[in-house]
Design a protein around this ligand. Structure first.
Ligand SMILES: NC(=O)c1ccc[n+]([C@@H]2O[C@H](COP(=O)([O-])OP(=O)(O)OC[C@H]3O[C@@H](n4cnc5c(N)ncnc54)[C@H](O)[C@@H]3O)[C@@H](O)[C@H]2O)c1
Length: 388
């Protein structure tokens, strides 16, 4: 039986990947700090999940640009923890709980930050394969607060790679992004293209992408790199384009669209992406990057119009607002490498978009939960006329 670690499993893509692997016979270990986008409720498919909260280990502190020492760990919101979560006061107790869950065949959620070295080392010693998804992921937030992205996306990846160097694994899949190539005005970026990221988010992902590659070259860690295009589907945190526009349209509120709305993105349904990641974990070649393109390239404006049409709302709800700084006009990927492994997306874009919009309409309880826990999100929607 394989033991697979998924970091970021309480987030959007991670929870879908976890579901895709649920009946694979693998023992699943999830590691997630439960930042504002990570919620144990996203793992509801795992009724026998054992949640473990290590109460030992390390945090990351840095001297910021004003000379102050700052902790960059993600503060844990205790209200998010399931009532039956088990605390591990020290490494011995943690080891005992991990072993017990494995013996009982129960999946485990370890609530810890990637930068917590002793915790990550222990987890790594008990798994055979890794899919590393945990990251700060919102471009807008990265423009306001780049430090968290450097801490989680770069230092967190470094901590995980170091652990894999000391406790060898069979495969280490790093999930990068199409944004590492920067703007692609025409054609499509091949894996051999130079990386020219435009936001602190994309730059931190590019740094981690190359660090992972270097750990393969320098230390032989069996790193495989996935660079997916924009994902969409149920449970995507309601700060990203499709859920934001859907929720505002549902509430008959104006839809703020950056610039002229002509930025083009390529979209992949999250369940197709989860399948692609499973395939790469099994068949990807270490030391190799794989683009994971989606099935539809579309301008943001046309996408938002589709959402309005699906909900029977008028296009006049769209409001053009000041563009985001450094906003790339277009991303596009070649897909020859992953196709050669036998991957083809199976979900039709329009059908998947319809199902996604319906999911948000029917999961107001999920939205209320996100709002209750995230003051920033609550305020953002309240300013735009939506009270949940
Ligand atoms: N969503 C997309 O369209 C897309 C496209 C390409 C690549 N990606 C990449 O896929 C991965 C997952 O994206 P997502 O959209 O599911 O993100 P998400 O924000 O929904 O989830 C991220 C998860 O990582 C956890 N996390 C963040 N920092 C952590 C830390 N320091 N320690 C432990 N856990 C931490 C969060 O708690 C959360 O559960 C990211 O690496 C992202 O860069 C996403």
């Amino acid at each position: 039986m394989k033991r697979i670690l998924i970091t970021g499993a309480a987030g959007f893509i991670g929870s879908h990947l976890a579901e895709a692997l649920k009946d694979s016979g693998a023992h699943l270990v999830f590691l997630d700090a439960l930042n504002y986008a990570g919620h144990p409720e996203n793992l509801q498919a795992f009724s026998d999940l054992l949640t473990i909260v290590p109460r030992f280990g390390e945090d990351l502190a840095v001297v910021d640009h004003t000379g102050k020492v700052q902790s960059l760990g993600v503060p844990l919101d205790a209200d998010k923890l399931p009532a039956d979560a088990r605390e591990a006061a020290d490494p011995e107790e943690f080891s005992r709980l991990l072993a017990q869950a494995e013996a009982e065949g129960r999946p485990v959620l370890v609530v810890a930050n990637l930068v917590n070295r002793p915790v990550v080392q222990q987890v790594m010693a008990r798994v055979d394969r890794v899919v590393h998804l945990a990251a700060e992921t919102h471009v807008d937030r990265s423009i306001v607060h780049p430090q968290r992205f450097l801490a989680s996306d770069i230092w967190g990846t470094y901590t995980l790679l170091e652990a894999a160097r000391r406790h060898p694994v069979e495969r280490f899949l790093y999930v990068s992004t199409d944004e590492v190539y920067g703007e692609v005005p025409e054609g499509a970026a091949a894996e051999t293209w130079p990386l020219r990221p435009s936001s602190p988010y994309a730059a931190s992902k590019a740094a981690a992408d190359r660090l992972a590659f270097a750990y393969h070259r320098a230390y032989g860690v069996p790193v495989i790199i996935a660079r997916p295009s924009n994902a969409f589907g149920p449970r995507q945190y309601p700060e990203k384009l499709i859920p934001v526009m859907t929720l505002l349209a549902l509430a008959h509120q104006p839809l703020p669209l950056y610039g002229d709305g002509r930025q083009r993105r390529n979209w992949i349904y999250v369940r197709d992406l989860a399948r692609a990641l499973v395939l790469l974990l099994e068949r990807g070649k270490p030391g190799t990057e794989y683009n994971v393109p989606g099935t539809r390239e579309i301008a943001n404006l046309d996408l938002v119009r589709k959402i309005l049409d699906l909900l029977g709302r008028p296009h006049s709800l769209i409001r053009f607002v000041k563009d985001r700084p450094g906003h790339d006009r277009r991303y596009a990927l070649t897909g020859d490498r992953i196709r050669a492994l036998g991957f083809t997306p199976t979900h039709d874009f329009d059908q998947a978009l319809r199902e996604t919009v319906v999911w948000y309409r029917e999961h107001q309880d999920w939205l209320r939960l996100m709002m209750a826990r995230d003051a920033f999100l609550r305020e953002w929607y309240r300013e735009r006329g939506l009270e949940v």
